[in-house]
Write a protein that binds this ligand. Structure first.
Ligand code: UD1
Length: 366
């Protein structure tokens, strides 16, 4: 049968019931806002290891999820639980009739993953397998998977296209865990034609919701560039360390494909339309990036402009494992999902500054 792929406007999508694992985290919470805003019923499960409970310990919701509801003007269902706990997962699956699952729950600190590989494989790979087993037994066989450009390892060719080899030179357990789960998904869809999975390979997510109510709230010292810059600008840290200015790039600092979190969240809705398209089968991976790169110093300058604050920095040695360039080809997502990033670096920095200056201590009040 000839099957034409058509793009349906998000507003025309029938309401669905969606299980969102890790929905209290940075990427997950922005995706939940999008889902709720489009009229979908959302059930969040999260163990809150990387999501502070917030100011009101008596509230059943975290501060982040409370604000998600405030932005969307809708309510969500929340269950604090671990996806590695099969019996709790079964209880959640028994309570709702899910159309599909968005799976964000994972540990994500690269350095920590090198120190604690078993913890990372247990959570990210083991947790995903437990979730997939529960999905199978409850006959929910559609998944959007939160993957990473890190699956490409050291780029052999730029821009990175989805057919670039994966798993080669993935140097840390975090990156390998993302790669392993993609491989598991490929085997799963081959074994049973009812399974469908879309893997979204994020480049460097930055930014915050335009309300300034939700954003990235790293625990401890941020290991990623944008939250570090923001904490320097707000006075929480004295200066940024720039990891190397001797790369073969225009200003010698590393170049990355930063993507606004709002664009990324919208990309998940576009992927969900694909997943639910009756013509879609099997496994498909898409880059979610802008298709172009910015250097560390370009991002620092853009942030100074957006915030009106100075961001003092010192150049130090290269961070082990870092590469000069990493940026996407964003054309497959444009062609097949009808999705493309809309927001530029100024909006990224302005939104981070709004979030950071309104919430200097993140979701904690002090
Ligand atoms: C990192 C992870 C990657 C993960 C991604 C999520 C590593 C090696 N890779 O990518 O697996 O998917 O985050 O967003 O950690 N930089 C500084 N000073 C800092 C922090 C960063 O100069 O304090 C530089 C880095 O050298 C790099 C750029 O800023 O050139 C971006 O770094 P970062 O935000 O950590 O992202 P990635 O290293 O690209």
């Amino acid at each position: 049968m000839e099957c034409q792929v058509t793009f349906v406007e998000a507003t025309a999508m029938p309401a669905r019931t969606v299980l969102v694992t890790g929905g209290a985290g940075y990427v997950g919470s922005h995706a939940v806002v999008q889902l709720l805003s489009q009229g979908h019923e959302v059930v969040v499960v999260d163990n809150l290891v990387n999501a502070p409970r917030g100011n009101d310990a008596a509230s059943p919701l975290t501060e982040c999820l409370r604000r998600v509801q405030e932005i969307a003007g809708k309510t969500l269902n929340f269950h604090q639980m671990d996806i590695m706990d099969r019996s709790q997962l079964d209880r959640v699956f028994a309570c709702y009739s899910f159309d599909y699952v968005m799976h964000f729950a994972a540990l994500k600190a690269v350095g920590e993953s090198v120190e604690k590989p078993l913890l990372y494989y247990k959570n990210n790979v083991g947790g995903s397998i437990t979730l997939l087993e529960a999905m199978k037994d409850h006959n929910v066989k559609k998944l959007i998977y939160s993957s990473s450009a890190t699956v490409y390892g050291t780029p052999q060719k730029l821009p990175l296209t989805e057919d670039h080899p994966t798993g080669v030179n993935c140097t840390n357990p975090y990156g390998k865990s993302k790669y392993f789960v993609e491989e598991i998904l490929k085997d799963l869809v081959t074994s049973d034609k009812e399974w469908r999975a879309v893997s979204l390979r994020y480049f460097n997510p930055v930014g915050a919701h335009e309300s300034g109510l939700i954003g990235e709230d790293p625990q401890g010292v941020p290991s990623n560039l944008m939250p570090y810059i923001a904490q320097v600008a707000v006075g929480r840290r004295p200066r940024l360390q720039v990891f190397g200015d001797d790369y073969d790039t225009p200003d010698g600092t590393g170049v990355r494909d930063y993507i606004h979190i709002q664009d990324l969240a919208v990309g998940h809705l576009a992927a969900a339309r694909k997943l639910l398209d009756p013509c879609f089968q099997g496994f498909r991976a898409y880059n979610l990036g802008t298709g172009s790169g910015l250097s560390v110093l370009q991002l620092v300058q853009a942030f100074e402009k957006a915030s009106g604050r100075q961001v003092p920095y010192e150049v130090v040695g290269r961070r082990p494992g870092d590469i000069a360039y990493c940026y996407s080809s964003a054309s497959l997502a444009k062609r097949e999902l009808g999705w493309q990033a809309q927001k530029g670096v100024d909006e990224m920095c302005e939104s981070v500054w709004r979030w950071q200056s309104k919430n200097p201590n993140g979701y904690r009040s002090s």
